[in-house]
Write a protein that binds this ligand. Structure first.
Ligand code: ADP
Ligand code: MG
Length: 227
């Protein structure tokens, strides 16, 4: 079963995995209310994201309004316009096929400054009957493309089901992303927490693309796909 990004992020958050603040909305009014709430909590930038069961939203466009599936907004007014352009329209991305998917729900979230974008995935490696955690410095790019063109940029650690992830494995992965100092510590903590979330929720697949480093050395899941 696929769940939406906003649901995946609520789960991650409940396991101590850092995600930007965000609120789901099914109408323009709700989107405006969500943005106002985020603004009260200090947000100055917002991102309005179409909640469909497909990726590639940032580069996708809706049929009627030609709106992007991920829209950066500088004010509550811009959030309103973004919500109006997306709700009820059909979003076409490289993953939806030509028919696209109807946008019935949005996720209004804090706009975050991005220093670097990475990839993190967790799934069952069926050939080895072990869970595999994969990271790559090529964030924002589809993992299939990285696997085909620059497979050396994907670093993996395997974990026997029922066995815990070792801190030195998490360190190896975080180090492979080029993280140092405070960011390395947070990266290790992030990986330990998200692996625990994967196991505890009995999930088939976690994909965080992108996982980001902020200029303040925070590590956040900016996108989340959970199956
Ligand atoms: P998709 O994978 O469906 O295109 P993402 O959630 O990965 O959707 O968003 C696409 C891109 O938009 C990201 O790679 C990132 O650069 C940007 N983005 C997404 N969410 C935020 C955010 N909260 N703040 C800043 N930029 C964002
Ligand atoms: Mg993404």
């Amino acid at each position: 079963m696929k769940i939406h990004e906003y649901q995946a992020k609520e789960i991650l958050k409940s396991y101590g995995v850092p995600v930007p603040d965000g609120i789901a909305a099914t109408s323009v009014d709700e989107a405006v209310e969500a943005a106002k709430k985020l603004e009260e909590n200090g947000a100055t930038l917002f991102v309005v994201k179409a909640q469909i069961h497909a990726g590639g939203r940032g580069k996708g466009r809706t049929k009627k309004n030609n709106a992007k599936g991920v829209i950066l907004c500088k004010s509550v007014e811009e959030v309103k316009e973004a919500a109006e352009s997306l709700l009820g329209d059909v979003l076409v991305t490289i993953q939806t096929g030509e028919s696209g998917q109807l946008v019935q729900r949005l996720y209004v979230t804090d706009g975050v400054d991005i220093e670097k974008e990475f990839y993190l995935g967790i799934l069952l490696d069926r050939a080895l009957s072990k869970n595999v955690i994969m990271v790559s410095t090529e964030g924002g790019v589809e993992i299939e493309k990285v696997a085909e063109e620059t497979p050396e940029k994907i670093v993996k650690e395997w974990v026997e089901p029922g066995m815990p992830l070792q801190v030195n494995q998490a360190r190896h992965l975080a180090f492979a992303l080029g993280l140092e100092g405070e960011a390395l510590k947070k990266g290790i903590k992030f990986i330990m927490a998200i692996y625990n979330a994967y196991v505890e929720t009995d999930s088939d697949m976690f994909e965080i693309n992108p996982l980001i480093l902020t200029p303040d050395n925070d590590i956040l899941a900016l996108d989340a796909k959970v199956t």
